[in-house]
Design a protein around this ligand. Structure first.
Ligand code: NAD
Length: 332
């Protein structure tokens, strides 16, 4: 348990490519963060991003670690474990971009090390802070069936890992946050289209409480799609993570319900008169990356707790690895 304090957290960013430069930009302006500097194995890139954000470009990782108490690790996934280990060994709190690591063994080692060193690991499962998903908070969510679809046009970024670890892991994390029950069985299929690894994946996951989920991810698509559909007794919710639109249909019995919200004429259900009502909860716009980095800094200060812990990142990875292995066995 960290002791609460108000002092700014001295923070650094390791890996300032596509996403790391946004981490840098946010830390430069977050009230409780004191951006000390950045490190990248590409020194030109580091100095250019440092200049843009009025901070220091360190030429050695160890020199940056001498000056900070927390870091964001935004290197390509295959380097997360090696870099995070160096940081944790020197007692730093780490925010690791998703997926936590490339293998489960690496994740376990980091979790053990951080426990030994008394440091915190937070993982960048950014969709947890997607405003459209947060809009579901007022509802009593207890899903029976969940369908999630995530499609993306092909780019070379992220193809250093299979689509399950690049895209599907976002939805696995969402799923595990929505269903309060352990995973019981997994079935998965997939195929390679454009790379030597899996580009399209489909998984059917059954939880101990009977909830079933169907998740599909593809990096071979014309348009981007990111949709979550939640079905449960008397409620159906559809969440468009890309458009920021959440719509809820529920069975209501109250005749005083806003007449404009009623979608049907009254019908007989469970021995009484019911209607289906439409609800469009407010989606409060916000930058999810900024919110998760603010949560990381405040967690280091002891003012908040991490929204996505290292343990949650490891759990999402475990399910992802099982899906990935099943697909590879299926293909061969
Ligand atoms: P990128 O290739 O654009 O940038 C990676 C940067 O890290 C490069 O500048 C590279 O020079 C640097 N680098 C490589 N090895 C390094 C090392 N050992 N030490 C220091 N710097 C090193 O990659 P990206 O698209 O920014 O992705 C980075 C990470 O962020 C990946 O793990 C990826 O999965 C994750 N990511 C997450 C999201 C999300 O939605 N949360 C989105 C994109 C990427």
């Amino acid at each position: 348990m960290l002791i609460m304090r108000n002092k700014s957290v001295k923070v650094g960013v390791i890996g300032v490519g596509h996403l790391g430069r946004h981490h840098t930009k946010h830390y430069a302006s977050l009230q409780d963060a004191d951006l000390v500097g950045i490190f990248d194995i590409d020194p030109h890139r580091a100095s250019s991003i440092a200049n843009q954000n009025n901070t220091n470009a360190f030429t050695e990782l160890s020199s940056l670690l001498d000056e900070v108490e927390a870091v964001s690790i935004v290197t390509p996934t295959p380097f997360h474990a090696e870099v995070a280990e160096k940081c944790i060994l020197t007692g730093k709190h780490v925010f690791i971009e998703k997926p936590i690591t490339k293998t489960l063994e690496e994740a376990d080692r980091l979790l053990l090390l951080s426990k030994e060193k008394g440091t915190m690991i937070q993982v960048g499962h950014i969709e947890r802070l997607n405003p459209a998903l947060l809009a579901l908070k007022p509802y009593d969510i207890s899903p029976k069936f969940i369908e999630i679809q995530r499609l993306a046009p092909y780019t070379t970024r992220g193809t250093d890992v299979p689509v399950v670890l690049d895209l599907m892991i976002h939805d696995i994390d969402i799923l595990l946050s929505l269903v309060d029950s352990p995973v019981k069985t997994i079935r998965a299929t997939g195929l390679s289209i454009l790379t030597d690894s899996v580009d399209i994946a489909h998984a059917r996951i059954r939880f101990g409480n009977g909830t079933v989920a169907s998740i599909m991810s593809s990096r071979v698509a014309k348009d981007k799609v990111r949709k979550v559909k939640v079905f449960q007794r008397d409620l159906y919710a559809t969440i468009d993570l890309l458009l920021g639109l959440t719509e809820v249909y529920k069975v209501v019995g109250d005749p005083d319900e806003d007449p404009q919200a009623l979608m049907t004429a009254p019908f007989e259900y469970g021995g009484s008169e019911r209607f289906i009502a439409y609800d469009k909860p407010p989606v409060i716009a916000g930058d999810a990356l900024r919110m998760e980095l603010d949560n990381f800094i405040k967690s280091v200060q002891g003012k908040e707790t991490p929204i996505v812990t290292g343990k949650a990142g490891r759990e999402a990875l475990e399910v992802a690895m099982e899906i990935q292995q099943m697909i590879v066995q299926d293909i061969h």
